[in-house]
Design a binder for this molecule. Structure first.
Ligand code: GLU
Length: 464
């Protein structure tokens, strides 16, 4: 039985701040957080900065910001403090050294490279004495018992706790911190399984009760490969997801589905569902596959739930970055959003979809060029220009009746179908042949911009 069964569960995410957080880090963080919340326990953030050469202060900030963006909150951590601080590993050096000393005194650690003939402390690494017989069993909560035969330890080299310059290494620092912080469940990626015998040995040598070990499966791309920075299927840094305009709640939701299944067919979940249903028993130990189509679907679900005003607020920074300062008229922007929303998968898609609304001179796609070169175009465009010239204010309703009039007066007598009639107009106004309803586009552009675009496109029609 777990000796800690009566303690409040305490789970930690312990990133090494060595670069921009990627989806693998965040998936681990999220699962750890979800388990903490479902168990009614504490979630602790600890920064593991023992590898001084590779750490940067920006990376710590980026990690905190990424977690917060994703909707992960922590009860204790470097920024919020807590009863078990400090929460930055390098500031806990004294304790690491004290544990090293205790292990040396009890004979569980020795200086030098030879367990039979320990050296003096001078310029020698301190090593943990690993057993040479029997086996160490890791009881992984997802995978069951995993046996490590002690007589087959690779190289039979004992792991280093303190470097020869006296600095603690990861194994010593992290396990000391886990114990001192009262961590009950160590949740981390499966790449740590092979180190766990060292960790178990350390716990045993110190007489500490072991935590529950949970090693989460890897995330793979659709080809079954580990995710990498240059993955052909897409970027997996948190900044890539932000730049593409995935909603944090959607990414949160999708990441949770990678390795956990809630009850029934439910796929859109909330924090309440996580609290109620996130159980170790429901987690999978097999690798999760990152499925962009599924993420896009989830993102659309979340996007559809936003009203026009909320969505406008989220699209604005993307549009502003692409097209400069936005019109002060927020009603105009809201109308634009309403037109775009059905086609949006990610927020950044709006940049391309809304190009016609911001840019007055554009290239015409091949189909648009063909529509403008078709015989009806040379007749329709001047007609429409003449109609528009007579309007005072062009809104979508007025545009709708003008278009209906054109269909009646030109389309029917000439036998032109919708496409023959309206593609040239759409091509002239947007450079494309697909998009939101034409009357809405005209209403948003207004009289002057429509007339200018129709006149420019008229040059491209055949006037024979
Ligand atoms: N600092 C380690 C990492 O970044 C954490 C390992 C652990 O959770 O024990 O992967």
């Amino acid at each position: 039985m777990n000796p800690d069964a009566n303690r409040v569960p305490r789970l930690r995410f312990a990133p090494s701040p060595t670069g921009i957080p990627h989806i693998g880090n965040l998936h681990t963080a999220l699962f750890c957080w979800a388990l903490a919340r479902a168990l009614g326990g504490d979630f602790i953030l600890r920064i593991e900065d023992t590898d001084q050469a590779r750490n940067t202060p920006e990376a710590i900030q980026q990690m905190l910001a990424a977690l917060a963006w994703l909707g992960i909150d922590w009860d204790e951590g470097p920024d919020v403090g807590g009863d078990y601080g400090p929460y930055v590993q390098s500031q806990r050096l004294e304790r690491h050294l004290a544990v090293a000393k205790a292990l040396l005194a009890s004979g569980h650690a020795y200086y030098g490279d030879d367990p039979q003939h320990p050296a003096g402390a001078n310029n020698q690494p301190l090593r943990l004495r690993m057993p040479r017989h029997g086996a160490i069993i890791l009881h992984d909560a997802l995978r069951g018992p995993i046996r490590f035969d002690s007589s087959h330890r690779p190289g039979r080299e004992d792991p280093i706790l303190l470097r020869s310059d006296g600095r603690p290494l990861y194994h010593l620092a992290a396990m000391t911190d886990d114990h001192d912080m009262g961590i009950t469940h160590v949740v981390r990626g499966e790449e740590w399984i092979s180190s766990t015998p060292i960790h178990i040995r350390l716990y045993q040598a110190m007489g500490w009760p072991q935590p529950v070990w949970v090693h989460l499966p890897l995330i793979l791309n659709k080809r079954g490969e580990k995710l990498s920075k240059r993955d052909p299927e897409g970027g997996y840094l948190i900044s890539d997801f932000q730049a593409a305009g995935y909603l944090p709640a959607a990414l949160w939701n999708y990441l949770l589905l990678m390795g956990w299944s809630p009850d029934g067919e439910q796929e859109i979940i909330d924090k309440w569902t996580v609290r109620q249903q996130f159980r170790l028993a429901r987690l999978s130990a097999s690798p999760a596959v990152f499925d962009w189509d599924k993420l896009n679907w989830v993102n659309r679900q979340y996007m559809q739930r936003l009203d026009d005003e909320q969505l406008t607020g989220l699209l604005a920074p993307f549009l502003e970055e692409a097209y400069g300062t936005l019109p002060a008229n927020t009603a105009w922007l809201r109308q634009l959003t309403a037109l775009l929303r059905t086609e949006l998968v990610r927020l950044a898609d709006a940049v391309d979809l809304a190009e016609w609304a911001f840019v007055d001179t554009f290239d015409y796609v091949a189909e648009a060029q063909a529509a403008l070169a078709s015989p009806p175009a040379g007749i329709i465009l001047p007609h429409l220009i003449a109609e528009l010239a007579q309007t005072v204010l062009l809104d979508a309703a007025t545009a709708g009746s003008i278009l209906a009039g054109l269909r009646h007066r030109l389309g029917q007598p000439h036998g032109w179908n919708q496409r023959a009639l309206f593609w040239p107009i759409r091509a002239a106004l947007t450079g494309r042949v697909k998009g939101p309803p034409l009357a809405d586009i005209m209403g948003l552009l207004g009289k002057q911009r429509c007339m200018a675009r129709l006149a420019a496109a008229f040059q491209l029609t055949r006037q024979d």
